[in-house]
Design a protein. Sequence first.
Lengths: 172, 183
Amino acid sequence: MSLTSKLKEAWIGLSAGTVTLPYPLAPHPPGPGFRGRPVFDAARCIGCGGCASNCPAREILIYDPCQELRVIRYLGRRCTSCGRCAEVCPEKAITMSEAFELATDRLSDLEQRLTLFMGSCQRCGRCFAAPTPLDALKLTGYRVDDLEAGRWVCASRSAPPGEPAADVEIEL
Amino acid sequence: MLKALCRRMMSRSCWVYHANSGGCNGCDIEVLNVLTPYYDAERFGVKLVASPRHADAMLCQGPALRSTAQALRRAYEAMPAPKLVIAIGSCAGGGGAWFDSYAVMGGVEKVLPVDFFVPGCPPRPEAILHGVAVALGILGKSVSPRPPLVQPAFPFPRYHTDGEPPAGEPASGAAPAAPTTPR
């Protein structure tokens, strides 16, 4: 009884063959549909900021130093590769790459920083059409996220004059 | 001879202790997946131990919560001296998707000195294996900061030219004068 069960176990073990992947010595690419690190394409980006408004982890920060420039900073530290930025991008400037070997000792290796020229309306500032009144309450226009501290600052346009425009500050 | 062989074989055997300080168990499943015969991290000497006192490296999963930060710190202090902390997953790296919750302090680097980060939610088992190999010096990093992407020159002359050089001359300090083709 015991011997037969051992023989059966040995047969199962031997008939399985080698299942171990030779991974670190040979590449093992992910399957189709895998979402890895998002890659930003500065040549296609129009700087609408939809990715920053839709990022659940608030990993995309936007800072407008002047009327014609917009700085977009992506921090990869808590990006979950959910792909919402790539989904909402109207110009398909963000692609979810297949890069997954992202181990690093410095989180700044994961950053991507874009400085974009913004063709703004020279009469009224930066015009973005808001399709609904709810969208008009969202983040259109100028944004002043804290790039250096990596903090997402929700700048409300309805702040009363004299009070700071940042109404939501997220401590990290 | 056997002792010399043992010393040579065991010199890079990294015993890991996995500490979940409030994660969703996704990274735990991937870490345990690394130790299955399919990925077989034990061929590199990586072994999962149950106590931080036996461990060389700590695999942190989950953000540092207010309720578990003290326990995480105590587990870190219980490890013997040459110790390595690898933060696995986006929660351990920066706080995760619930980073602004009242219970979450942030990534585990708020509590521990983290040596290596393996981002992903959860990272693939290959990514964890790669991270441990990078931490042990077997492999090199495959990620490097992308150069900042800049569109420096304005494609058309500005309307308000106060304090700006006249159109046609490159702005001082701006990098290449050749403007990127406006779309």
